[in-house]
Design a protein around this ligand. Structure first.
Ligand SMILES: [Cu+2]
Length: 265
C-alpha cells in the first residue's frame, strides 16, 4: 500500500515536471490525462469502421466454425484482488470465442488488396478500454494516423504494451482509474498485439489499415463492410489462433455481396 502511494506521489511529481507518467519514453503524439472516461456503452462498443463517403457497395458475411471447439479456459485473476472482485461470474479467455450459433466472434475481416485512392484518418478516435482487467474490444481495426484512446476503467494499475513490428512499440503505465492516453500507429500493419505487463492474461489485437474497409465479427459471427467503391478486392478474415483466409470479390454500384468464411477447430 505504501509502495503504491509512493509510486503515485512520484508519478504526480513527474507528471507536473515532464507531463509524463509511468516511466515511458517521451512521445509527442502521446497525451495522458486523468479524466472521466466516456460512457461505458461507447467504451465497450467494438471499434466502428470510419465513415467513408456514403454510397458504394456493401460486403457482408458470416464466419462459421466447424470441428471441435477448444475447451473454454477460465482466467484466474487471484493475483490482483481488484480484478478478481470485478467479476461475479467466471471469466474465460477470448482467443477462440465460438458463438451459440456456431460462428466465431472477434474475427477481423478487412480488404487486403484492391483499395485505390486515399482515405484520410477520421478525427474520431478508436477506444480501447481496460475494464474488469480485460481489453474491450478484444480485436479491432483502426486507420493509420487515427487516434487510439486507451482508457483505464479499473481501480488498479494497468500497463499497456503494444508490440508492433512495423510501427513504434510503446509501453505505458496507467496507474489511475479513468486515465486516458492517446496513441497513433503511423503505418498499416496487421496484426498488432497488446499485452499488459501486470496481468499476464490480458491480450488484444488490432489491425492498422490505410483505409476504412474493415470490421470485427460480432456475437452472431457476422460482419459488414460498407461504402466500397466498385472494384475487385481480396477480402481477408483473420483469427488469432486459426490464422488468415482470403477470398476474391468483385462489387459494382451499390450492390451487397455476401462473403462467408469458415474456420475449422
Ligand atoms: Cu492489466
Amino acid at each position: 500500500m505504501l509502495k503504491r502511494a509512493t509510486y503515485v506521489l512520484l508519478c504526480l511529481t513527474f507528471a507536473l515536471t515532464f507531463a509524463a507518467c509511468g516511466g515511458r519514453k517521451e512521445d509527442e503524439e502521446e497525451e495522458t490525462v486523468a479524466k472521466p472516461a466516456q460512457s461505458t456503452a461507447a467504451a465497450s462498443a467494438p471499434a466502428a469502421a470510419a465513415a467513408p463517403a456514403a454510397g458504394g457497395a456493401t460486403i457482408t458475411g458470416k464466419v462459421a466454425f466447424t470441428g471441435t471447439a477448444p475447451a473454454k479456459e477460465q482466467i484466474k485473476m487471484d493475483a490482483d484482488a481488484y480484478c478478481k472482485g470485478a467479476h461475479a461470474e467466471p471469466v474465460y479467455t477470448q482467443e477462440v470465442v465460438v458463438n451459440p450459433n456456431g460462428t466465431l466472434q472477434w474475427v477481423l475481416v478487412y480488404v487486403k488488396e484492391g483499395v485505390t485512392g486515399s482515405y484520410p484518418p477520421p478525427a474520431t478516435p478508436v477506444t480501447l478500454d481496460q475494464k474488469g482487467c480485460e481489453y474491450h474490444p478484444h480485436t479491432f481495426g483502426i486507420q493509420a494516423g487515427q487516434s487510439l484512446k486507451i482508457i483505464n476503467s479499473d481501480g488498479t494499475l494497468h500497463n499497456i504494451h503494444a508490440l508492433p513490428k512495423v510501427n513504434a512499440e510503446f509501453n505505458i503505465g496507467q496507474p489511475f482509474q479513468k486515465m486516458e492516453t492517446l496513441k497513433k500507429f503511423d503505418k498499416a500493419e496487421m496484426p498488432v498485439r497488446f499485452k499488459c505487463d501486470v496481468h499476464k492474461w490480458m491480450g488484444a489485437y488490432c489491425g492498422v489499415f490505410n483505409h476504412p474497409f474493415f470490421a470485427t465479427t460480432n456475437d452472431q459471427g457476422t460482419f459488414e463492410i460498407k461504402n466500397l467503391p466498385p472494384g475487385n478486392y481480396v477480402i481477408e478474415a483473420w483469427q488469432e489462433k486459426y490464422g488468415a483466409q482470403t477470398q476474391n470479390v468483385t462489387v459494382a454500384g451499390s450492390e451487397t455481396k455476401t462473403v462467408d468464411f469458415s474456420f475449422k477447430g
